[in-house]
Design a protein around this ligand. Structure first.
Ligand code: ADP
Length: 411
């Protein structure tokens, strides 16, 4: 990873309101996906996309709801590997509909936007980063058990972007082949993950040995064992070996994932063992996450007086209140309710908002007597806020970016 990328991560540029709102949208999508797994490789051609497709299809076959996200902008393989090259995205209510591959498997790839598979995408970093973000935030993924992300090889813009967009992913799987030339590059991929604090679920050694179908003798065409040795050396888990199997090539060319087929060959067995390891890991991680949520969730309801959908400067005479449910720890906006304001009677609002569960009120201004009444009801008062929609104000408040000025209505 270059020095620039490292310093960008340590000192991220100051976030604008639009960035914060985008982040909220992204978090809302990601919140509905239980497990996110990134598939990386140091080099091209080691079978990374093949592994990603087969993991996704294998998990879907086990009955899990799976999304497969192809973030290889310049060389998307997923449409071909799933035999859905002619499919195009449809759009509904400003969201992108993923391609339904089977009952349990959905896929998204830049390939579904291109006119044909000969079209080359010539984009620089920021544009690629924007499209990857859209592929999470604007896609109607729905509720998923697993999102498998197929990233292009190396440690460039795309893997960096996905690690930044999903920093709490379950982790990365790194695919390599056994020979030294591939191993050198996979070490870089591991270092990249470590630098970004991305957990490494494990290394898969693909194309590891070939069993002759005639004599049963094993030929280590690309050598063997390089992956496991390197995993040990770099202190990361080893998930397993997948042998060279001509059926994998055929299934890839025909767009029928190998793990979706009923076969009991050594390579099918190898995929099964790897999928079982992922399921075991996910089980442990789920227990871990439940305990984090139980410990960490900090629900909060923020009340905002509204006039014409925006902050009303006169909270006592406003038309409506927005009540926004958020989790203070994760900074997620979880819900919004609009209530018609009660009649303007002294002392009524604090009790009414407390009854409706509010524990923060954001207002343009407020008299000291009203502030005292809110304090009695354990409602925190934030005053001096000038303008904004409820979502803007709440995002800014949660991210300590709310510029609260003078109390402009102190009567
Ligand atoms: P990458 O995503 O790393 O560039 P691909 O998944 O596109 O690699 O695979 C490259 C080629 O290798 C494909 O033709 C694929 O069918 C083949 N391949 C992948 N894994 C195996 C394997 N275990 N045995 C035989 N061929 C394989």
């Amino acid at each position: 990873m270059s020095g620039n990328k490292e310093s960008e991560r340590q000192n991220p540029p100051k976030k604008s309101m639009d960035d914060l709102l985008e982040r909220d949208k992204l978090n809302i999508r990601l919140n509905r996906i239980n497990h996110k797994i990134l598939v990386f490789s140091g080099k091209g051609g080691v079978g990374k996309s093949t592994v990603a497709v087969n993991l996704a299809a294998g998990l879907a076959k086990e009955g899990f709801k799976v999304g497969l996200l192809d973030i290889d902008i310049h060389g998307p393989s997923i449409p071909k590997l799933l035999n859905i090259e002619n499919h195009k995205f449809s759009f509904k209510d400003e969201t992108i509909q993923p391609i339904n591959v089977s009952e349990n498997l959905k896929a998204v790839s830049i390939g579904f936007l291109l006119e044909d598979n000969q079209t080359a995408v010539i984009w620089r970093g920021p544009r690629k980063m924007g499209v990857i973000k859209q592929f999470i935030k604007d896609v109607e993924w729905g509720d998923l058990d697993y999102l498998i992300v197929d990233s292009p090889p190396g440690t460039g813009d795309e893997p960096l972007t996905i690690c930044q967009l999903i920093p709490d992913a379950d982790g990365a799987i790194i695919v390599t082949t056994p020979q030294d030339l591939a191993i050198v590059d996979v070490q870089k991929a591991i270092t990249f993950c470590k630098q970004l604090n991305m957990k490494i679920l494990g290394v898969i050694e693909n194309m590891s040995g070939f069993t002759c179908p005639n004599c049963g003798k094993v030929f280590n065409i690309l050598k063997s064992g390089g992956g496991i040795d390197m995993a040990n050396e770099m202190d990361v888990p080893f998930l397993g070996r997948i042998p060279i199997d001509p059926d994998i090539v055929i299934s890839g060319d025909e767009g029928k994932p190998f793990t979706g087929l009923e076969t009991t060959t050594p390579s099918a067995q190898a995929f099964k063992t790897i999928i079982d390891s992922i399921l075991n890991f996910a089980k442990q991680n789920a227990l871990h996450n439940v305990s984090i949520i139980n410990k960490g969730e900090n629900p909060m309801k923020i009340a905002i007086p509204l006039a014409n959908g925006k902050l009303s400067m006169h909270f006592g005479h406003c038309e409506e209140f927005a009540l926004i449910d958020v989790d203070e720890n994760t900074k997620f906006i979880k819900g919004k309710t609009i209530l018609t304001a009660p009649p303007h009677e002294p002392g009524l609002l604090p009790a009414w908002l407390a009854d409706n569960g509010a524990n923060v009120i954001v207002a343009g201004g407020m008299g000291s007597r009203a502030q005292g009444l809110f304090a009695e009801k354990n409602i925190k008062v934030v005053i001096g806020v000038r303008e904004g929609t409820p979502e803007d104000i709440v995002s800014a408040y949660l991210n300590n970016m709310l510029s609260a000025g003078d109390n402009i209505c102190d009567h």
